[in-house]
Design a binder for this molecule. Sequence first.
Ligand code: PLP
Length: 379
Amino acid sequence: MDRIPVIVPWLGAEEAEAASNAIASGWIAQGPRVAAFERAFARAVGGLHAVALSSCTAALHLAMVAVGVRPGDEVVVPSLSFIATANAVRYVGATPVFADVDGRTGNLSAETVQPLLTEATKVVLVVHQGGVPAPLDEIRALCEPLGIVVLEDAACAVGSTYDGRPVGDASELAVFSFHPRKLLTTGEGGMLLTTRLEWAERARRLREHGMSVSAAARHASGSVVLEEYVETGWNYRMTDVQAAVGLVQLGKLGELVSRRRELAGRYRQRLAEVDGLQVVTDPPWGTTNYQSFWVVLPEGFPVGRNELLQRLLDEGVSARRGIMAAHLEPAYADVAHGPLPETERLTRRSLILPLFHQLTEAQQDHVVDVLVRAANGSG
Ligand SMILES: *Cc1c(COP(=O)(O)O)cnc(C)c1O
């Protein structure tokens, strides 16, 4: 058996054709397909304004700028996240304040956030980790009276739901990733969703060097348009080739999510025989897209986490360590923080198992077998 990857995108002839059509059109930079992808994404997810960007990291950065986060401001953020989450806080010179997570969901909760709020808190950056929706209502209830913006890092959460609606629906500010490690991919890419027109307009301008009129609008105009550079921006544009792929992928989102949930259900059922193993599941307030299927090894598991990763690899299975913790990385060694016990337990004891659209049941059974044998103390 070939090695089972931890994730592979689900791409086919339709995406190839869409990309090819974009190239044949002669317009390959940000143009009509990016605009169409933005409209389609906003329709699918329920956002008011969607701004396509070169990555979710770029979207996080522009979200911080749009809110007006500055040096001296504090942003409460889970340490338990991909490094890009905390980095975005630093891009604008603000201070990341690491909050612990709920050990069952891997996400922030009102309980972990509340003690960290100060006069200087400008944003609470809520991550829907691995696709598991975070408890937004209780966090918003804390933040809204204090004028603190809740920014959703929904990098992993396209197709997840909160309270019966897609994550990002009617969100004041949410960002998504289309990296191949996520559910829906454009190679690289991101999206910023917001209900605030002024934030969307600012993000549109900032992704094009702070230009007063987009290149596409200038091109489409019948008269000469002289652009102006209103403020310092960046080049954070998505290309039309990427957007063409994204439009096709968006049409497959329902299928992508239902197949993940079916396979995840199968994992959960089969892994129930491993004593004490914690397995990712839906929280009471929503559903996960199972972008990442993580398990947490209990105390006393016969094999260490890293040793188990090696065993899986030896048996032809690519798994990954669980979500990283930024406060344990050298880049954040200078950030003071309180105790983060659940973050540390999850990052040290968890691993991510293969889960992707094309995973077969035979492959999945093999992954489970390796885990069950390890749990039983047999090689
Ligand atoms: C992947 C990821 C990002 C970064 O997304 P890119 O599109 O690769 O920039 C940010 N936050 C979280 C939680 C992620 O998982």
